[in-house]
Design a protein around this ligand. Sequence first.
Ligand code: C2E
Ligand code: MG
Ligand code: MG
Length: 360
Amino acid sequence: IRNTSVTGVQTCALPISGVARRLRDALAQPLLVEGQPVNVRASVGVALSPPDSSLPANLLRQADLAMTQAKRGGRGSVQVFHKSMDAAVHGQLHLETRLRHALDSGGLHLHYQPQVDAGTGDLLGFEALVRWTDARLGLVAPARFVPLAEEAGLIGQLGAWVLDEACRQAAAWDLRVPIAVNVSALEVAQEDFTQRVHDTLRRHGLDGGQLKLEITERLTVQDLQRVARQLAQVQALGVQLSLDDFGTGQSSVSTLLQLPLNELKLDRSLITGVAESPIEQRVVGALIGLGRSLNLTVIVEGVETPGQLQALRELGCGAVQGYLVGRPGPASMWTPQLGGPLPLELPERGGAEGGEALLN
Ligand code: C2E
Ligand code: MG
Ligand code: MG
């Protein structure tokens, strides 16, 4: 039972959280289903009348909010409603309204960050990263609004816009290397995803090989099968597939085995101390070897220092991306460089000039 909400009344003889805990514990007793023991866990949200509300509909909504909060605290928690929860929901709703407006009125734009050969600095591609600057809220990080778009059912619209704009820019640059676009698994699971990719490539006169999709692994097993099917169709168009943020999720290796992939993208959290830590060096070296043994290219993201780059080269890393090579910036920042001789120069020291300030 995952969606249990309990509305208590203040006249209850026992303190309400005690009642909720007893209810939760009663539900936690194993049940026998066709002779098999089954364990259920309940998260309990409580709202009180008064003071929270005297309207049943409001009470249920508030208990529901408390329950959502309880679930975030781990299964089996009990949470009593508090006014701050309403405020948080209003904040989310406000953000959602502003995001809808941005999507409808062209309020988003893309920044681009180069991906280069770790040894030579040859340009291997650009990653497109969505940016939203709201007139009232200022710069809102994708880590905040992309999950919101997923929850609010806006991810299809957001993803379609990003894909279209990134492909338009790749065509305008006449880019010979792939443009990498982040896609949410929820988006990939949508029925028309393959068709949308196909149509967008055609609209901009691009080959499949000029596009790479970066997938993050926040997936359930059920999604995974559908996502794998859709991705295989997209891959058949020649599109490259990269598993983003590898090393951060809990299902990294099983995801790796189940999705059709061309590239493994190691998360920056794996390489923070790679210049000096022998353990990190061994782990990263092993992951590079794992990728190779599966015939995947391996790219490391978040490379910020020459020491990290040097260590990664010694570990046999083929491709890198990060502030050391170039911060994400608008297309206009990269256009002059693309007109000149490539590769991009790998700096000896410090971050590359230009581009945005640290976002994370
Ligand atoms: P990601 O795809 O793993 O992107 C890498 C993030 O690391 C970006 O953050 C980038 O600005 C940042 N970064 C790049 N180099 C460095 C570095 O050297 N050091 C540090 N500390 N950070 C670096 P950003 O742009 O805030 O994006 C965060 C996440 O939001 C992305 O992670 C991606 O998962 C998601 N995202 C961004 N754009 C899109 C999009 O268009 N669609 C979808 N579905 N998700 C997106
Ligand atoms: Mg990415
Ligand atoms: Mg990543």
